[in-house]
Design a protein around this ligand. Structure first.
Ligand SMILES: Cc1ncc(C[n+]2csc(CCOP(=O)(O)OP(=O)(O)O)c2C)c(N)n1
Ligand SMILES: [Mg+2]
Length: 298
């Protein structure tokens, strides 16, 4: 055990992820928490592509690749099959999808899985764009980020819409929801263990940086993830039975500029846009505090 994390590597090194890939680290931590009695269902995306270049695999657990849109449907089937075979006990079913797969193209299957109550933990690797196919904007891409389908030009300053509030959408299904970050592995692994201990669906959204897509130095991924937490642009919280609990709160809020300025995808932003992003982050953080305080639920 190092820092409370298992030393067993169930997503082995030697795969083809880019240097500094946050998604590889996130998956590695998730697997450390899940342990070897786990079946993984992986949607199409960077994680699937870099970890399984045929005929090799970096996975040391049973692993199924579906299509881009149906990881949750396959995981639902695995859950039922284990039940019918009398093998459901002590086996974890994990479904993995990127933000494009989760927020957009696989959302229907995910919502169905949650509504039917399958015993599956769904993990969304949120790198805020369709990275595997060349950095296209997704429903998770933040406002003003430049992507190949929301380029920053003279008239349009990157993506013009805000990201979907996906954790709240999933919480509306009445399931366990948590956000986590590669900068805080103990918090991340605790949440995965908790999700897997629940007899029913759960959803975890992990903030993971992408040096290629976000245009940051490859060694800055953890610092950026830390700043995402400290600026409140990606708060860490859980929603259980509809009640919000913020996992930890920054002692002193860091201005959003500190986060934005390390990433080339935001380099075109002027004072006006930065002010707007700051106000939006502040308003969402205030709302989260209110939700926690009032225990209003979903
Ligand atoms: C129905 C369908 N549409 C589009 C694609 C092409 N495609 C494969 S992976 C991918 C992007 C994946 O993005 P995301 O889910 O965010 O994962 P990431 O690569 O960023 O980890 C796309 C668009 C596909 N395989 N199937
Ligand atoms: Mg993505």
């Amino acid at each position: 055990m190092i820092l409370g994390l298992s030393e067993e590597e169930l997503l082995e090194f030697g795969h083809n992820a880019c240097a500094g890939c946050g998604e590889a680290l996130a998956a590695r931590y998730v697997m450390k928490a899940a342990g070897k009695n786990t079946i993984v269902v992986n949607a199409t995306g960077c994680l699937e592509v870099f970890s399984t270049p045929y005929p090799q695999t970096a996975w040391k657990v049973p692993w199924i690749h579906g299509a881009f849109e149906n990881a949750s449907a396959i995981a639902s089937g695995v859950d039922i099959a284990l039940e019918k075979l009398g093998k459901r006990k002590n086996v974890n079913v994990l479904a993995f999808g990127g933000d494009g797969s989760t927020f957009d193209i696989g959302f229907q299957a995910l919502s169905g899985m949650a509504e039917r109550g399958h015993n599956v933990c769904y993990v969304c690797y949120d790198n805020e764009a369709y990275m595997n196919t060349g950095i296209q904007r997704s429903g998770a891409t933040p406002k003003y980020a430049a992507t190949t389908t929301s380029p920053a030009g003279k008239k349009v300053p990157g993506k013009t819409e805000y990201a979907k509030p996906m954790p709240f959408i999933m919480a509306s299904h009445g399931i366990y929801v948590a956000t986590a970050s590669i900068a805080y592995p103990q918090d991340l692994t605790r949440k995965v263990k908790k999700a897997l201990s629940i007899d029913g669906p759960s959803y975890i959204q992990i903030f993971n940086s992408c040096p290629l897509g976000w245009k940051h130095k490859f060694n800055l991924g953890i610092k950026i993830a830390e700043l995402a937490y400290k600026t409140n642009i990606f708060p860490l919280y859980e929603i259980e039975k509809g009640i919000v609990t913020i996992s930890k709160k920054p002692v002193q809020k860091t201005p959003i500029l500190e986060y934005l300025k390390l990433q080339g995808r935001f380099k075109h932003l002027g004072e006006k846009e930065i002010k707007e992003v700051q106000e939006s982050v502040d308003a969402k953080w205030e709302k989260l505090l209110k939700l926690e305080e009032t225990k209003m639920g979903f």
